[in-house]
Design a protein around this ligand. Structure first.
Ligand SMILES: Cc1cc2nc3c(=O)[nH]c(=O)nc-3n(C[C@H](O)[C@H](O)[C@H](O)COP(=O)(O)OP(=O)(O)OC[C@H]3O[C@@H](n4cnc5c(N)ncnc54)[C@H](O)[C@@H]3O)c2cc1C
Length: 382
């Protein structure tokens, strides 16, 4: 790989966590960076959403990891240790963790969100962020960070105001969220309720309705000013995360937690790695394959196993989880390489297939009419 010349500006397509983390890393090394965001504001896709920043894939706390990467933690991150998960019969299982299992963060353009904190840090380092700027082609040096290119899962529901106490609740029930889970997150008088489904997208409305009814029945869900919200997730381990000579980061590469869809950390980590590859002339594929691929491969095995659980199996699974005194540590182990995960990996990769199947047109380096008309961004040839 050749290093881009230090005087040349680097274009980044997409101001999500992946693109902004890449921009921050490049700007910290003194590089000129322009981030193009096709929406009118950063975080637009997620305005008002609450998301969980997972804290189980590393022994070190995720906020310590972010600081070590040079990424700001100047956003509100509420540690969540204990919560309640229900099986399809409505039986409650208490989930306990000694340290934060995840941090609840707000997404979107608001003052305390992850997106705004990343934007502030990037701008303070001199990064130019151009909104309403859809990048269709990068001619020079650049990074592609344009988000999901296909829907392997969707999460649909509402944001709302509420008098409910803070907390998190989930339901494992294929009649509410096929092969996924329904969740309710409440923080400081605001909440998010969603059905996160891995199949059955055409019945989306039915699953959302059932999710609302279940949370009303089980925990007394109250919503004021509900706003519909949803989005898709794209989970895929690519053979190469280059489009032409440009690194693909975050969900544009397919980097996601295939089990449950916790993609923010992988987005930021891959953004930082791609920036390092440009700065040092290192091969980005080698970097992400060493640092991110083992965790993603294990999450594919976890997904393949989880997607086989019938409704009557969730109770057993949740009983095992509720017996643990520190669920964070148990989950961490589930994401670590082990002999049986390695053994199951070929089967799991065969069983789990991303919707982004047609490699003839995966919106990368393609100029077909579909790509020309979609919001994809194309890299220049290597
Ligand atoms: C409803 C929902 C709930 C989720 N909950 C969680 C959660 O609890 N925890 C978690 O960790 N993850 C969660 N995720 C996943 C997480 O949001 C994503 O993995 C993460 O945002 C991916 O970051 P990214 O930067 O790769 O892409 P994005 O955040 O999608 O950012 C891509 C940006 O690129 C812009 N763009 C696209 N095309 C162009 C173009 N051609 N030119 C310029 N700009 C362009 C888009 O407008 C967008 O702003 C959730 C996702 C959804 C949909």
């Amino acid at each position: 790989m050749t290093k881009p010349s230090a005087s040349v500006s680097i274009d980044i397509a997409g101001a999500g966590p992946a693109g902004l983390a890449a921009a921050i890393t490049l700007a910290q090394a003194g590089r000129q960076v322009v981030v193009h965001e096709m929406q009118k504001e950063v975080g637009h896709r997620f305005g008002g959403d609450f998301q969980g920043m997972e804290n189980w894939t590393t022994r070190e706390d995720v906020l310590v990891v972010l600081k070590a990467l040079g990424i700001t933690t100047d956003f509100i991150a509420t540690p969540c240790r204990n919560g309640t998960v229900f099986d399809p019969a409505g039986k409650a299982y208490e989930i306990k963790s000694e340290e934060a299992l995840f941090y609840l963060v707000e997404r979107g353009p608001g003052p305390n969100t992850l997106d705004s904190a990343l934007l502030r840090q990037a701008q303070s380092l001199g990064v130019e962020v151009r909104c309403n700027s859809r990048l269709r082609h990068i001619a020079g040096d650049g990074i592609l960070a344009a988000g999901p290119r296909a829907a392997d899962a969707i999460a649909v529901g509402y944001h709302f105001e509420t008098d409910m106490a803070d907390g998190f609740w989930a339901i494992c029930d294929n009649d509410l969220a096929p092969q996924g889970y329904a969740y309710l997150l409440v923080m400081n008088g605001k909440g998010t309720v969603k059905s996160c489904m891995f199949s059955g997208f055409k019945q989306e409305k039915l699953y959302v309705q059932r999710t609302l009814e279940a949370f009303q029945r089980l925990v007394g869900l109250q919503m004021k000013n509900p706003q519909a919200h949803g989005g898709s997730g794209n989970f895929r381990i690519p053979r190469s995360a280059y489009s032409g000579r440009h690194p693909l980061v975050g969900e544009q590469a397919g980097f996601q937690d295939t089990l449950w869809g916790f993609g923010m950390r992988l987005a930021m980590s891959s953004g930082v790695l791609a920036a390092h590859s440009l700065l040092n002339g290192a091969n980005y594929d080698k970097l992400w394959q060493r640092q991110l691929k083992p965790q993603m491969e294990n999450s594919v095995v976890n997904r393949a196993l989880y997607s086989m659980v019938p409704n009557r199996g969730y109770g057993w699974f949740l009983r095992q989880l509720a017996k643990k005194t520190n669920v964070r540590e148990s989950l961490r182990r589930q994401y670590q390489p082990s002999w049986y995960k390695r053994l199951l990996s070929p089967w799991a990769r065969h069983r789990y297939q991303s919707q982004r199947k047609d490699l003839a047109c995966d919106h990368a380096d393609c100029h077909c009419v579909w790509c020309r008309e979609q919001n994809c961004v194309q890299g220049g040839g290597r």
